[in-house]
Design a protein around this ligand. Structure first.
Ligand code: CA
Length: 646
């Protein structure tokens, strides 16, 4: 009897539990082996139908079933386990669609598929563990596009442009040597613009055109026509990176859909998921034709559930929110709370801006300026980025790196992790009116990302000597490298969370293309032969990252610690100098001095008196020391960083 009761409990609880929790999940197999469909669609819909197909391309449905409204959801139960079948929903006779929460899809994502998700787990998946990263500031993020990274034969990788490339020992060895501990993958959910039935065309896209938010993209799998394959290969990728102690951050794009009228949101519940202007037209805060309405209860629930699903099903460790400034702060806080239930160290960050005006009160949006009101959520610091290399709006304008004075205060702000610091005069900082971060873990520090020019192209476009036809190529490449290393020294010695674009460590360029979102592989691909051509660059990046990881003084987790231990030193134009002091109990180095000099000649900086070990100088870095220096004056060569410790 006891056993019977227990069995009954086992079989009924999951069913009862799920039926009541109002999950947006649209298909499930009951304990009795039947298939339930449900859909969030208008209560006054004339008809809501599900069609079941035997194959991805079958013209005729095996079954067409009308759903009935019950407890606010349209639902039906079909006899038998339909795992392995395809299905679509149709509301009021509109075009068929995959629903909003498909977990597996046919090639090109227009039909959903009922997968046995457990059958997609690679061997050992149950034992897969999230790598331990104690504090947000302990991450070193590497932003990667699958094709950029592995499509060129010079990569030596077998699975060019595929999830599986990141399972290959050579790829893992490269990332491990570089020392990054989080790979941020550009959109890897199912997006619309690549025809998955014609992969031989080698079309390229970043993937900011969402189709199915909860399914991996087919073109990154070895077989997009077999729905389980992309799911399994995505998991294999996560598993391989986790085994190498590298976390996986997913770029999520809930702020807009590829198109509006043909989106799954519109086709299931017209109007509901999007924001509209007063005249009823679609608001376009994304610059892509629409913007979603995170404040709508079901859109909010959709985002929370989706993020939770990626954490649970795919073991994702962090999320980068595209145009986070389109979402409302309340939704972002709920997402943070949901992530905390799984693991409080899951990273959440985003772009604290929108691309156009949103049809929602500005003061409620998750903009960078109010990041401090969203604990545990970080925003990209364009303040630091632009102070280093120049503004987004004009590729040819330079800043600190080009030897232009007036950007020092913004760089100091970045070095402090965009928190309030007694020595940073916020009125002289480029964009922020007040410090946007309450804690250093709320600021992403970077000088380049996939957007606009990569660092090499930007330096070439904005620093006059690098485009001067009268300068010798040798001079230009050396100057380029000097400035590149100086830029990343600023990023890696800043408080906050450092972030680099994949390939910067091999001096990548994009042939000067500003927006390469659909440029061919020839523009976007990394040339791995650069590792041999510019070994100095890779060695320096490795050294910088190793230094940051070995020395907690560069990644203080608390704002008060930053204010206590970070002190800026007096310096002239185009020099930023600081020391990290009183580090007993925090770091094996008692004191650290960092000087960034972007002048075209050497500069003297006053440092505390006495002997110092030189860790970095003139484009070289060695944690055991390159030599010694004696205060109170340090001479820092032109366009270089110096790091001293004792
Ligand atoms: Ca796709």
């Amino acid at each position: 009897m006891k056993i019977l009761l227990f069995m009954l409990f086992l079989f009924t609880l999951p069913m009862a539990g799920r039926a009541e929790d109002n999950s947006l999940s649209e298909v499930r197999i009951t304990a009795e082996g039947n298939t339930q469909f449900s859909l969030f669609a208008p209560e006054n819909a004339r008809s809501v139908k599900v069609r079941v197909y035997a194959t991805a391309n079958a013209k005729k449905a095996e079954k067409t079933i009308a759903l009935k409204l019950r407890d606010g959801r349209w639902q039906t139960e079909v006899k038998g386990n339909l795992t392995g079948r395809y299905y679509t929903f149709s509301v009021n006779g509109m075009q068929e669609c995959a629903g909003i929460f498909a977990k597996a899809v046919a090639v090109n994502g227009r039909r959903a598929y009922i997968a046995d998700m457990r059958s997609t787990d690679p061997e050992g998946w149950a034992a897969d563990k999230r790598p331990v990263v104690k504090n947000a500031v302990d991450h070193v993020i590497y932003e990667l596009h699958h094709r950029d990274f592995s499509i060129d034969p010079s990569s030596g990788l077998t699975h060019g442009g595929k999830f599986l490339a990141l399972t290959e020992p050579k790829a893992i060895a490269h990332l491990k040597r570089l020392g990054i501990n989080a790979v941020h993958i550009l959109p890897s959910f199912d997006y619309a613009s690549i025809d998955e039935t014609h992969l031989e065309e080698n079309k390229y896209n970043w993937g900011y055109d969402p189709l199915n938010y909860n399914v991996p993209e087919g073109s990154y799998s070895t077989d997009p026509a077999t729905p389980e394959v992309r799911i399994r290969e995505f998991k294999q990728m996560v598993q391989a990176l986790h085994a190498a102690d590298i976390r996986v951050v997913l770029d999520v794009v809930y702020n807009h859909t590829f198109n509006t009228k043909e989106s799954n949101f519109h086709l299931t519940y017209p109007g509901y998921f999007f924001r509209h202007r007063d005249d009823g037209s679609d608001s376009d805060g994304s610059g892509c034709g629409n913007e979603t309405a995170s404040e709508q209860p079901m859109m909010r629930q959709f985002m929370v559930e989706s993020v939770r699903y990626w954490m649970d099903e795919y073991h994702i460790d962090g999320f980068r929110f595209d145009l986070m400034g389109i979402h409302d702060m309340e939704t972002m806080r709920l997402i943070r709370a949901e992530a905390d239930k799984v693991d409080p160290t899951i990273l959440i960050y985003g772009e604290g801006w929108s691309a156009g005006t949103c049809a929602y009160p500005q003061d409620k949006l998750a903009m960078k300026a109010t990041t401090y009101e969203m604990p545990g959520i970080a925003a990209f610091s364009d303040d630091m980025r632009d102070a280093l290399r120049g503004p987004f709006s004009d590729d040819h304008k330079t800043a600190f790196l080009g030897g232009e004075k007036g950007h020092e205060e913004s760089i100091k702000y970045g070095i402090a992790g965009c928190i309030s610091h007694p020595q940073v005069d916020i009125t002289r900082v480029n964009y922020s009116k007040r410090p946007f971060a309450a804690q250093p873990g709320q600021a992403i520090m970077y000088v380049s990302c996939h957007d606009d020019m990569c660092l090499v192209d930007r330096l070439r476009a904005s620093v006059p000597e690098l485009s001067d036809p009268n300068r010798r190529p040798r001079y230009k490449i050396n100057t380029l490298i000097d400035l590149d290393l100086l830029a990343q020294t600023a990023v890696m010695t800043s408080q906050g969370i450092p972030f680099i674009l994949s390939g910067e460590e091999m001096l990548r360029d994009k042939k000067g293309v500003h927006n390469s979102y659909c440029s061919p592989d020839s523009i976007n691909r990394l040339d791995w032969t650069n590792l041999k051509r510019f070994p100095k660059v890779f060695d320096y990046y490795c050294g910088l990252i190793a230094m940051r990881k070995a020395h907690p003084a560069f990644r203080l987790a608390d704002a008060d610690l930053v204010r206590r231990h970070l002190e800026f030193l007096p310096a002239e134009d185009c020099v930023v100098a600081f020391r990290l002091k009183d580090l007993e109990g925090i770091d094996s180095w008692r004191e650290i001095v960092v000087v960034l000099n972007s002048n075209r000649t050497a500069r003297n900086v006053t440092i505390p008196d006495g002997w110092w070990t030189i860790v970095a100088q003139d484009g070289r870095i060695n944690l055991s020391g390159l030599g010694v220096a004696h205060g109170p004056v340090a001479t820092v060569p032109a366009r270089s960083a110096m790091i001293l410790q004792r």
